[in-house]
Design a protein around this ligand. Structure first.
Ligand code: MN
Length: 235
């Protein structure tokens, strides 16, 4: 199995990708908004119900709709999302922005939980200690990366193609999968949305407080699962 296939199978909730049929019976993919695994109010008091509702129903839905619109009627309309993102330089900016937006938010919802595993264990914990010295140092670096992203973007923990863990911030809806990244390519296993729409209603301009709150919701069991699957495809 190729690395890309391994990575593809690692993207757990790929129920967002379904086969549908055009009226002319031509087979195509149509991306759909994934269901959340918890209620909009379940992440209170860290992430508020109103922000979660708008973020999922309006922002993420718009990325899905605009991605479908950008691909409809083109030769690329049956392409899968991972293939699109890993060769995104060949696509329009609308596909890059909305395909990134769909992938990034799907990952974000997956790694949040009202009852999270609060510390990593196993091989991921060992690798975090080896690469960053401690979990606290990793958290500090992800926070600083998110604070240092001017304007909208994301802060990521990702697995480089070499298998090493690394942290990077990306603008807009970019992510480390994209071939447009001059530094920091690999597979994201943890991402924090630092667009103002992710936090402004509750935290206003206090991005740092929002980034601190994120750790109370991050489910390390999901990050471990992603890490283990990515690593399995690399060795
Ligand atoms: Mn967002």
């Amino acid at each position: 199995m190729t690395l890309i296939k391994q990575l593809f199978s690692c993207f757990i909730k790929f129920d967002s990708l379904v086969l549908t049929y055009h009226k002319n019976t031509k087979t195509m993919h149509k991306f759909q908004l994934p269901q959340l695994g918890y209620a909009y109010a379940a992440l209170e008091p860290y992430f508020d119900r109103e922000t979660m509702t708008i973020h999922h129903q309006k922002h993420h839905q718009a990325y899905v709709d605009n991605l479908n619109k950008a691909l409809e009627g083109t030769a690329s309309e049956a392409d899968n999302l991972l293939d699109i993102l890993t060769s995104v330089s060949k696509y329009s900016s609308a596909v890059r922005n909305n395909g990134g937006g769909h992938f990034n938010h799907t990952l974000f919802w997956e790694i949040l939980s009202p009852n999270p595993k609060t510390v990593p264990t196993g091989k991921l914990a060992d690798e975090i200690n080896a690469a960053f010295g401690s979990l606290e140092e990793l958290k500090a670096q992800i926070k600083n990366s998110g604070l240092g992203q001017f304007g909208s973007g994301w802060s990521w923990l990702y697995v480089k193609h070499s298998g090493a863990l690394a942290i990077v911030a990306t603008p807009n809806q970019d992510n480390p999968l994209m071939d447009t990244q001059s530094i920091g390519r690999g597979f994201p296993i943890l991402g924090v949305d630092v667009w103002e729409h992710a936090y402004y209603l509750k935290y206003q301009n206090k991005r740092a407080d929002y980034l601190d709150a994120f750790w109370s919701l991050l489910d390390w069991s999901v990050v471990e699962q992603k890490y283990d699957t990515v690593i399995a495809g690399l060795v």
